[in-house]
Design a protein around this ligand. Sequence first.
Ligand code: GLV
Ligand code: GLV
Length: 325
Amino acid sequence: MKRSRIYVTKAIPENGLELLRRSFGRIDLNPTQKTLPRKELLAAVRGREGILSCLTDSIDEEVLRAAGPGLRAVSNYAVGTDNIDVAAATERGVAVTNTPGVLTLATAEMAWSLLLAAARRVAEGDRITRSGKFAGWGPTLYLGRAVTGKTLGVIGAGRIGTAFARLSKGFRMEVLYRARRPNRALERELGARRTSLPEILKRSDFLSLHVDLNPSTRGMIGRKEFSLMKPSAVLVNTSRGPVIDEKELVRALKSRKIFAAGLDVYEREPRLAPGLASLDNAVLAPHAGSATTEARAAMAELAAENLILALSGRRPKTCVNPEVL
Ligand code: GLV
Ligand code: GLV
């Protein structure tokens, strides 16, 4: 059978596949949710004009070369593009697109789920209750940390960080944020104050990371940063695992240098740092920030549209290297 013009590295929701079939006819895809082994990925992309990739695929120079000179676009089914060598793609004139906007609220909601679960020990309580160890109510049992009126630190104030901060309104928090540029909407709507990372670490009761992964954010939260945080602090990460030094996080949680953490992403996904899984003060989600039916369908539509537009010589909706267009 003739190879299709595009290759889809994991089965995205049906609405996206349907759009792709309408434009390209039959399409070749990995029909599972499992990441293709490297050798299979290299073979699968050969001769394609477009690749619809996932954040679990490393789209580097070798993959771009394996696809060949006919490759015109890589449409990533994610907002983050740290899995793609964008510079190498740009060099080859290959457009790289992502799915911003449509997963913003889903991810902000996951950050709040983790924050509340970590503050009130929801996952630990669930384990205690279902294992039969719940022996009845007690005045000093299962104490967590109050959220309302506390100080919230938002690190990275792009779309997701802004949406996350806005959702704090009902909790009447003092909001501190760190960002390259002032975020006037947050300052106006929440009285948020832009400040330095050390000040946010020292003052926040709850901290949530919303930066993208790049050389300046890799390892941004490590031993020194944990030493500045309050022993009552709760750290939430729905961005990218390598932003936190996970070994240092385990140390900080184990020694109660901080109160708890709520994590959706890991340094070496899907592996966890030794000791992390046995800590009761870590709430661990399986990289599911954008995993709502609504957001994943919207991502499928946008990722499909971007690929269709790019291969028909039109401007994709959300391109991260528009200089190639
Ligand atoms: C998910 O992690 C994404 O970048 O979309
Ligand atoms: C990051 O991409 C964001 O939307 O905040």
